[in-house]
Design a protein around this ligand. Structure first.
Ligand code: HEC
Length: 285
């Protein structure tokens, strides 16, 4: 029995190993699927899980689309940066998504807020223009100022936001496009439910009321240089893709390495099998 199956065991194990690896890579749960938990009880089913949004970087062979990331940066710059900082991203990092050096220099120089500095003559606090090597400066001097301007809520720094929230970019997309009127029947289940002044009803936010006013209010809020139509949905997809890049700039490399490893393992298995055949050729079992 063993004499018969013995020679087959090694290739079978090898094949099973490679198949398992391929399955693991090809069937990695989609970001959105990972979060398909049922709505929690505490809110009686009013809290919604992120919608499924399709991105160019989905799946094992997905890649970032630089044009989209540049559009997303534009939305961040023209809309979100009024309240949200992005302190771990330096201007020069934007070269990775296709901006040229002169473009980055101009972006840094023209940024709405300046870098904190001191006046060399008087020692008084002062600002200076950003350089490409600087981190993108946030809109507020500190947390107190940020809360004072936002109904005591703190707009979180956006550098790692796409990785810090369950659902990632799909959550960000759903949240910024998810504002709606308070459901009429919510009072029946929760007589005490109110939306306090200054807050906004949003079923994608964990406690349903969010301090952020709807940031994307109308189609055409930004004008894209590449001619893409700036619908609310498009702006939300672009900015959430950009935030994913900010949080995980090396995603493409990781996927490329993954594919290379699989190809290498397949070749190694084929070679091992051929070597095995060669060594045993002419031997009688
Ligand atoms: C007018 C200020 C303002 C603008 C503009 C703004 N936000 Fe916000 N954002 C806030 C505040 C305030 C919070 C905190 C909300 C809270 O805790 O209730 C917040 C929170 C968030 C959160 C986190 C929600 C969570 O799970 O904690 C996301 C995501 C977000 N904003 C995305 C965006 C995007 C994307 C844009 C640009 C398209 C944007 N915001 C523009 C004020 C703003």
């Amino acid at each position: 029995m063993l004499r018969f199956f013995g020679p087959l065991i090694a290739p079978i194990i090898g094949l099973a190993f490679v198949t398992a690896l391929l399955c693991a890579i090809l069937f990695t749960p989609h970001e959105a699927e990972q979060t398909l938990v049922t709505a929690s009880v505490h809110d009686g089913g009013y809290h919604l899980e992120p919608r499924e949004i399709h991105y160019s970087f989905d799946g094992p062979f997905g890649r970032y689309d630089n044009e989209q990331l540049q559009r997303g940066f534009q939305v961040y710059k023209e809309v979100c940066s009024a309240c949200h900082s992005m302190e771990r991203v330096a201007f020069k990092d934007l070269e990775q998504i296709g901006f040229t050096k002169p473009e980055v220099k101009a972006l840094a120089k023209g940024w709405a807020t300046e870098q904190p500095s001191v006046n060399p003559d008087t020692g008084e606090p002062a600002g200076r223009k950003s350089l490409p090597s600087d981190f993108i400066p946030g809109p507020y001097a500190n947390e107190t100022a940020a809360r004072a301007a936002n109904n005591n809520a703190l707009p979180p720094d956006m550098s790692l936001l796409a990785k810090a929230r369950e659902g990632g970019p799909a959550y960000i997309h759903s949240l910024v496009t998810g504002y709606r009127p308070v459901p009429a029947d919510i009072k029946k289940k929760f007589p005490d439910f109110t939306v306090p002044t200054g807050l906004h009803y949003n079923p994608y936010f964990a406690n349903l009321n969010i301090a952020m006013p709807p940031p994307l209010a109308a189609d055409g809020q930004v004008t894209y240089a590449d001619g893409t139509k700036a619908t609310i949905d498009q702006m939300a997809t672009d900015v959430s893709a950009f935030l994913m890049w900010a949080a995980e700039p090396k995603l493409d490399n990781r996927k490329r390495t993954g594919s290379a490893v699989v190809v290498y393992l397949l070749l190694a298995t084929a070679l091992a099998y051929m070597a095995y055949r060669n060594i045993w050729a002419g031997k009688k079992h």
